[in-house]
Structures are given as C-alpha cells and as structure tokens.
Design a protein around this ligand. Structure first.
Ligand SMILES: O=C(CO)[C@@H](O)[C@H](O)COP(=O)(O)O
Ligand SMILES: [Co+2]
Length: 218
C-alpha cells in the first residue's frame, strides 16, 4: 500500500494557494501539512489558525497541523475550531506534553507528538499510548528546503518496535528533506506518512511529484 502524502504549504505559492492545494489533492495526496511557526520556538513565522479556517472549506484533504510554538496549549482550541483534523505538538515545547495531548483529544481532533532531531524516542514513550501519530523530524524545524538527516531513520525503526511491543496503532510521519530517495528510505524503515514541501512545490509539476512519492512508498 502506498504511503500517505502530505504536501507542506510552506513551499507553496501563497498568491495561488487554492490552486496549489487542488493540484496535489487531484494527484492523490491525502493530507495537507500546515506549519504553524511562532518566531520563538523556531526562528521563522508562518501561518496560523486563520489560514486553517480559510483552507478548511476549500479542500477535503486531511488538515495535518504542525504546531511549532511555545505554550502550545494556547492554540489548541482555536486550531480545532478552525478545522484542523490533527494537531502535532513538540515534546520540546512544553513541560506538560501529556496535558496538551489530552486537550487535543478533548477538542475532538487527532493528536500527534513531534520530536526534534536532538530528542530521543525514549522522551515520548510515556505518551505513545495517547497519540494517533508520531512525527519524527528529519531536519531541525523552522525552514523548508533543508537536507534530510539520515540518522533519523533509526528512530523510525525504534518506533516500529515500540508499536509491536506495546500493541499500539499510531502512524509514523516524517518531515524535512523528503524527496523520492528519502521517502523510499524512510518507508523501508517503517514510516507511512510523508511530508514534502520543497520537493513538491519548488520546481515544476507538483502533481507529478506527488505521484512519484506515492510510487516510491508502496
Ligand atoms: O516543519 C517543517 C519545517 O520546519 C516542514 O514541514 C517543511 O515545510 C518541510 O519542508 P521540506 O524540507 O520538505 O522542504
Ligand atoms: Co512541518
């Protein structure tokens, strides 16, 4: 079965965002990855609940919101009301990851925990039973277009073992430097959701790029 492809709008053309979203939807992407950056947890700023709200009626894609913000609890309810299908929270962004994940579930949205390249899988073991998805960052968050960190594939393999040992059912998403080669590599390690920004949107033909990602993750 092919992986779930989640084009990241961080690399889309904001002046024709609607068109860029439709292109990848028609090509077979199932998720739309929306990066929310606060200029504090990460150096850049990007998007916010208003973007989620405007995108919601324009597409049937599953809205996969990657929250890169300090005090993530402040944004959960607004993002859920705006129409997010899933909210991902960095374990590094809060001393209360368990509470924030509880809030996300209470808001009726799927919950994801995210780990930075410098964070080991052991840091999220206590919450693995609460989440629908784990996001393994394969670059340091904050920017699109960075090079994939190959050593992160070990974390994917570790998560696969935890899933089996603990009898859990979460998806494993990768984000950062994903292209035809790294999608194949991470799929082989056990990832099943693939975020891709610059690979899909930077050059010509986003639809063809989505098709390639579907093919290499089979
Ligand atoms: O969360 C992030 C960056 O922090 C991403 O979702 C980027 O949008 C990925 O961009 P590429 O590495 O695929 O260009
Ligand atoms: Co992201």
């Amino acid at each position: 079965m092919a992986g779930i492809i989640a084009p990241s709008i961080l690399s889309a053309d904001v002046t024709k965002l609607g068109e860029d979203v439709k292109l990848v939807e028609k090509a077979g992407a199932k998720y739309l990855h929306i990066d929310l950056m606060d200029g504090s947890f990460v150096p850049s700023m990007a998007y916010g609940p208003a973007w989620v709200k405007q995108l919601r009626p324009m597409t049937d894609l599953f809205l996969d919101v990657h929250l890169m913000a300090v005090h993530p609890e402040k944004h959960v309810d607004e993002l859920a009301k705006a129409g997010a299908d899933l909210i991902g929270v960095h374990v590094e962004a809060t001393p209360h990851i368990h509470r924030v994940l509880q809030m996300i579930k209470k808001a009726g949205v799927k919950a994801e925990v995210v780990i930075n390249p410098g964070t080991p899988v052991s840091a999220i073991v206590p919450v693995l039973g609460m989440v629908d998805q784990v996001l393994v960052m394969t670059v340091n968050p904050g920017f699109g277009g960075q090079a994939f960190l190959p050593e992160m594939t070990e974390k994917i393999k570790e998560l696969v073992v935890y899933k089996q040992e603990l009898g859990l059912d979460f998806d494993i998403e990768v984000d950062g430097g994903i292209n035809n080669e790294t999608a194949k590599l991470t799929a082989a390690a056990g990832a099943n959701v693939f975020v891709a920004g610059s690979y899909v949107y930077d050059k010509k033909d986003p639809a063809a790029k989505v098709q390639t990602l579907l093919d290499v993750t089979k």
